[in-house]
Each structure stands twice: as structure tokens, then as C-alpha cells.
Write a protein that binds this ligand. Structure first.
Ligand SMILES: Nc1ncnc2c1ncn2[C@@H]1O[C@H](COP(=O)(O)OP(=O)(O)O)[C@@H](O)[C@H]1O
Ligand SMILES: [Mg+2]
Length: 377
């Protein structure tokens, strides 16, 4: 039985629909990440589960019980906010004790819970400090500690790292991953950052934005991180997961068999993709998708995409070459070795390996990929 189950959940504010057609099952112990562009409804979805917002229609079940009208404190969940929301006049220990005092726990019990959380979060030496005497990272740990002492069955995090600098973000990300392992609790984590989603999640729920919500509902795709990377269901998912983002090059379908499609791109180049595109008609408009890291440096006559180097970014370990391709207005991004010899204005011929290519129909739906053995996903 799923620990958390949402059935046909919909949320509107007055006449504005924010979430549509949410059907989702989350299992006990999972690390679920809700990810998507800003404004797509991630926080709203989390707040519906927490009970901080009401559900307009549909059902929320936690551990088999319908929770639509159950108050937040009785749902067995604890939430950690981006803004920390610590009480400024209370010490670290008092901040962590607060919810337990309200719940009328004994002082021995409260003391034990605080020591346990402080120990896990390395806060033991800071228990008597006020929030203003702590760094941003330490405040965030107190906010997490306040959730841990309540021993919830589900932790909810809303962009907990966004107020931290880059180095601290990476460190705290690892701490949250460790916390999940050591507490063996279920966690639901909201972020707009696909790197956080890829590194933390056992299951990603990618939310749609804009017109797609009307057509497909709010959920674009649900699955393990590498499933979304290797088998994105739509162009939107393909473009959201992976950095730098996938290139999309328009063209027409020349022919399709069960395991390969032949495509004529906008600049006349003919390439192949290991997909089953038989549901499309010959001559239909399609888009080829290829990630920057998936071009091959081999120069081959077949499946080559000619382009002109616009500029090269050298990051040391890697270089990103940006190419202009005839008939296509976006530059094509290619990931190369750090010492790539490419220079601006060079003519190059990129090899587009069929096994690495994705293909999307004019509606943005992916054709099924034929992945050989050895390719994850
Ligand atoms: N209390 C509210 N009243 C009206 N609209 C809201 C309210 N809260 C959020 N929204 C709208 O709902 C949409 C989703 O918001 P939110 O869940 O905060 O997005 P995200 O967390 O993905 O950035 C946004 O368009 C936002 O303006
Ligand atoms: Mg938000």
C-alpha cells in the first residue's frame, strides 16, 4: 500500500486552476522530489499534503486514511521551509522543543528528542544560542532539527537550500541525503533545481507548466532520475532534465522501422535515431533531440551534422562549443574535452550517434527509444 496517495487532486484559487489531475502514489521510505519551473505549483502540492492548503477536489490518503479534512498536526508529517521560520527570541533548544511542549510531552522526553536531533545534526554545542548567533547553514539545520524531534512519518522540505551559498548547498544536500538514510523516513522535497532533483531523488515528480497543464494535467512524468534522463516522455521533460539542456533540431521524418528512424534535418543533413517512429507518417514534422554530452567526436561521413562554431566556453575540465546550424535559429551546444581545438568560425561536422538520439513528434511526445543492453534506463 502506498504511504501517500493522491487521486484526481485538483487545486484552484478562486477561478484560477493551479494544479490539475494529480494522480500519485508514494511509498514508505522513498525520497520523492517535486521539481519544475518556478510557479508550476510545487509548493502548493506540498502544502496540500501538509494540510496548509485545502484540496479543491480529489482525495489525499496517508497510510490508507483520507486526510482531506484532517488538521496538519494530526497528519504525522513535519515541514521544513526555505525561510527557516525559527522563533528569533528562542534558543536553538527552545526552538526544537516548541512543538513538543505544545503536544504536552514530558520534559525527559523532550530532552531526549532534542539531544538525539542535535547529535544527528551536529548542533549539540549550539543549543543555547539564539538564531541570530548562527550562520545560514546552522539555522537551516535547526529548522530540520525541529522536524526531526517530532519523529514524523513523512518529512516535507520546500526549497530548503535556496538561501545558502553554492558550497554550503552542496554540503547540506549531502547531509540531507545522509539524514534520509539514517532516519529511514519518507521525504518529499521541493526544488526548481534539476541537479538537486537528480542527486537526491529515488523518485522524481516533474510538474508541467503553461499550456501542457491543460492538455496533460500537472504531472509531466514520474520516475527514477535516470529513467527521466534516458526516457523522457516529452520534449518538456527532455529539456528540463540535464544540464546544459538537450538540443532540439527540427526536421522531417524520411522513414521509420521498428528500431530506427531516418530524419532529414532543417539544414539537409540526414541522420538516424534508434527509436520506433512507426506511428508517424513519412514527411511529418519532428524534432531530433540530442544532449550536449552525446555528440561523438569521431568524424564520420554518415549521420553528420555540419555547423559553424559561434563561440567556445572553456571551463578547464570541459569546453562547450556553440554551433550555428543552417535553418535553425538556436545555437547547438556540444560538450567537448577541455582542450578542444575548436575555434570561432571553424566549420565542423558533428557525428550524431543514432543510439543517443531522441525524437519528438509535433506535439512534443517522444517516440519510444530502442536502448541496447548496457544503457541504463
Ligand atoms: N494563496 C494563493 N492565492 C492565489 N494564487 C496562489 C496562491 N498561492 C500560490 N498561487 C499561485 O499558484 C501558482 C503556483 O504557485 P507555487 O505552488 O508557489 O509554485 P512553485 O512553488 O512551483 O514556484 C502560482 O501561479 C501562484 O501565483
Ligand atoms: Mg515554491
Amino acid at each position: 500500500m502506498a504511504q501517500i496517495k493522491l487521486t484526481n487532486v485538483q487545486k484552484s484559487y478562486l477561478d484560477v486552476e493551479v494544479l490539475r489531475n494529480i494522480n500519485l502514489e508514494l511509498d514508505s521510505g522513498e525520497f520523492t522530489v517535486f521539481v519544475g519551473p518556478s510557479g508550476c505549483g510545487k509548493s502548493t502540492l506540498l502544502r496540500l499534503i501538509a494540510g496548509l492548503e485545502s484540496i479543491t477536489s480529489g482525495t489525499l490518503e496517508i497510510n490508507g486514511m483520507v486526510m482531506n479534512d484532517v488538521p496538519p498536526a494530526q497528519r504525522g508529517i513535519a515541514m521544513v521551509f526555505q525561510s527557516y521560520a525559527l522563533y528569533p527570541h528562542m534558543t536553538v533548544a527552545e526552538n526544537m522543543a516548541f512543538a513538543l511542549k505544545i503536544a504536552k510531552k514530558s520534559s525527559t522526553e523532550i530532552d531526549k528528542a532534542i539531544r538525539h536531533a542535535a547529535d544527528i545534526l551536529q548542533l549539540s554545542h549550539l543549543l543555547e544560542r539564539l538564531p541570530k548567533e548562527l550562520s545560514g547553514g546552522q539555522r537551516q539545520r535547526v529548522a530540520i532539527g525541529r522536524a526531526i524531534v517530532r519523529n514524523p512519518s513523512v518529512f516535507l522540505f520546500d526549497e530548503p537550500l535556496s538561501n545558502l551559498d553554492a558550497a554550503l548547498r552542496v554540503q547540506t544536500r549531502l547531509e540531507i541525503a545522509n539524514l534520509h538514510d539514517s532516519l529511514e523516513a519518507s521525504m518529499i522535497y521541493v526544488t526548481h533545481d534539476q541537479v538537486e532533483a537528480m542527486t537526491l531523488a529515488s523518485k522524481i515528480v516533474l510538474l508541467n507548466a503553461g499550456e501542457a497543464v491543460q492538455k496533460e494535467g500537472s504531472i509531466a512524468q514520474v520516475g527514477p532520475p535516470l529513467e527521466l534522463y534516458h526516457r523522457p516522455a516529452t520534449r518538456f521533460v527532455a529539456g528540463f532534465i540535464g544540464s546544459p539542456k538537450m538540443n532540439f533540431i527540427p526536421g522531417h521524418l524520411e522513414s521509420a522501422s521498428a528500431n530506427q528512424a531516418t530524419v532529414r534535418l532543417c539544414n539537409g543533413a540526414v541522420v538516424h535515431a534508434a527509436v520506433d517512429a512507426r506511428r508517424a507518417k513519412k514527411g511529418e514534422k519532428i524534432e531530433l533531440g540530442i544532449r550536449p554530452e552525446h555528440f561523438s567526436s569521431q568524424t564520420l561521413e554518415s549521420d553528420a551534422l555540419p555547423g559553424k562554431v559561434s563561440y567556445v566556453e572553456r571551463l578547464g575540465e570541459v569546453s562547450y562549443t556553440y554551433l550555428s546550424v543552417e535553418g535553425h535559429q538556436d545555437l547547438v551546444t556540444v560538450r567537448n574535452d577541455g582542450d578542444t581545438p575548436h575555434l570561432a568560425n571553424d566549420q565542423v561536422n558533428l557525428h550524431v550517434p543514432a543510439k543517443n538520439s531522441h525524437l519528438f513528434d509535433s506535439e512534443g511526445k517522444a517516440f519510444p527509444r530502442i536502448l541496447g543492453t548496457g544503457t541504463a534506463g
